[in-house]
Design a protein around this ligand. Structure first.
Ligand SMILES: C=CC1=C(C)c2cc3[nH]c(cc4nc(cc5[nH]c(cc1n2)c(C)c5CCC(=O)O)C(CCC(=O)O)=C4C)c(C)c3C=C
Ligand code: FES
Ligand SMILES: [Fe+2]
Length: 402
């Protein structure tokens, strides 16, 4: 009884705690008045529901570019290279100056940690309000290739006494190369850091058609379309752009291309299909075949076909990163200009959009209420998967007892 009262009061405790300094007593007035020394409140009674935001991360400063690339090229869940432990070092070293130059042009580093922290804080505050039964909520961040790395965050969660955690992938659409890689890494870290499985996990593995996400993306598109004159507006071409995948990954049966297409369809449906649109793919790396058409090529060709007004819409990443700020804005912006696309614009990333923060909170609330561990899709491996970790990881999460 007391425990359930305290859970209801948890958001207030948390707010009071953030205001209070050590050993300050805080008076809380609800239907009854209690005197609580916030600092000494028994941890067990207001243990947070942890929400682990997972993503690849990006180098916050130029000196972190090399270790970011090294971790990325060493990730065998993302790509398999011959003699990977050696070749990854060679490729990372060779690629570092070029990528450093790109980060330099967008202000000296990736803003992804900044935005993820902000999104986490906004989501947390909304969740404490709309889901008092599971409050307080505390977000953690686990990046795959830069700080805060998954292993360190898991240690922190253990030290904080977390017993219930939700993995919340920050990729709306599931790819084994992104969300799959983060889950495999988390599974490996937990084997060493939490062998007794003291933290009980569930997973939000995809949310590509969530109405709040769809509304937030559509809102950003409408904001951009409003910058065109009313005569031009309905003819503006919407080019939805997502990071491409190697064809070997597509043919293995990766769900990502279909899930990105579903997101595009929902957004266009929300916009009542007023504008012409296409889905195109960006950022291919290396000489192998990747899913197309490529974004840069499509902009050029549409320019040649006489299209003057194009809005590019990032659909597979929720905050700004090198692909929006450098590739879309700087690189393709220049190419568009050369191809005669005089009205070239990009719709803004979701970043700290309040509609998106509401969507994030709603996704978590619905997940917690469902009592489910994952979506039914997550247990299904790609038809041509040969990665043993995928199987082990899926079994580990599917067998969690909440
Ligand atoms: C939904 C997003 C992404 C998918 C899917 C994805 C797949 C994927 N990526 C590579 C190789 C590289 N990606 C690199 C950078 C990078 N990738 C994404 C997103 C997805 N990748 C982002 C957001 C970034 C940039 C991070 C930032 O801070 O801005 C890089 C490094 C950059 C470079 O060297 O060009 C590589 C390499 C593969 C092979 C792949 C699918 C198998
Ligand atoms: S590569 Fe998709 S499940 Fe293993
Ligand atoms: Fe990538």
């Amino acid at each position: 009884m007391l425990r359930s009262h305290l859970r209801q009061l948890a958001p207030a405790f948390k707010r009071a705690q953030s205001l209070a300094t050590n050993n300050v007593s805080v008076m809380l007035c609800v239907s009854f008045t209690i005197n609580v020394d916030v600092v000494h409140l028994p941890n067990k009674l207001y243990r947070p529901t942890a929400i682990l935001l997972t993503n690849m991360g990006g180098p916050a400063t130029l000196d972190k570019v090399h270790s970011f690339l090294l971790n990325l090229f060493s990730d065998s869940d993302l790509m398999r290279l011959p003699l990977q432990s050696i070749s990854s070092k060679y490729i990372a070293r060779r690629r570092t100056p070029q990528i450093q130059d790109q980060y330099n042009q967008i202000g000296g580093g990736s803003p992804i940690l900044h935005w993820t922290k902000k999104q986490g804080e906004m989501m947390e505050a909304i969740l404490d309000r709309i889901s008092p039964e599971t409050a307080p909520h505390k977000h953690y961040i686990a990046f795959r290739y830069v700080d805060p790395l998954t292993a360190d965050t898991v240690e922190q969660m253990k030290a904080d006494g977390i017993k219930r955690a939700v993995v919340f992938t920050q990729y709306p659409q599931y790819s084994c190369s992104t969300t799959g890689s983060s889950l495999n890494e988390l599974y490996r870290c937990l084997k060493t850091s939490d062998p007794e499985n003291e933290i009980k996990w569930s997973v939000i593995d995809r949310w590509n058609t969530h109405p709040g996400f769809v509304k937030a993306v559509a809102g950003k598109i409408n904001q951009k379309l409003a910058e065109y004159s009313p005569e031009e507006r309905d003819d503006v071409l919407l080019l939805f752009s997502a990071h491409s995948l190697p064809m070997s990954v597509v043919n293995r049966g990766d769900p990502y291309p279909a899930e990105v297409a579903a997101s595009v369809d929902r957004v266009m449906n929300y916009l009542q299909f007023k504008n012409p649109h296409r889905l195109v793919w960006q950022s291919q790396v290396g000489p192998s075949a990747w899913l197309g058409p490529q974004t840069g090529e499509a902009i050029k060709k549409y320019g040649e076909q006489g299209k003057k007004n194009i809005v590019v819409v990032p659909i597979a990443f929720t905050s700004d990163h090198i692909e929006t700020l450098f590739e879309l804005d700087i690189e393709y912006g220049k190419e568009a200009h050369e191809a005669g696309v005089t009205g070239f614009k990009r719709s803004e990333s979701l970043n700290d959009d309040p509609v998106f923060a509401e969507a994030m909170a709603d996704i978590v609330k619905a997940h917690l209420e469902s009592g489910k561990i994952t979506t039914p899709l997550m247990s299904l491996r790609c038809p041509s998967c040969t990665n043993d970790y995928c199987g082990e990881q899926k079994e580990f999460f599917a067998n969690q007892k909440l």
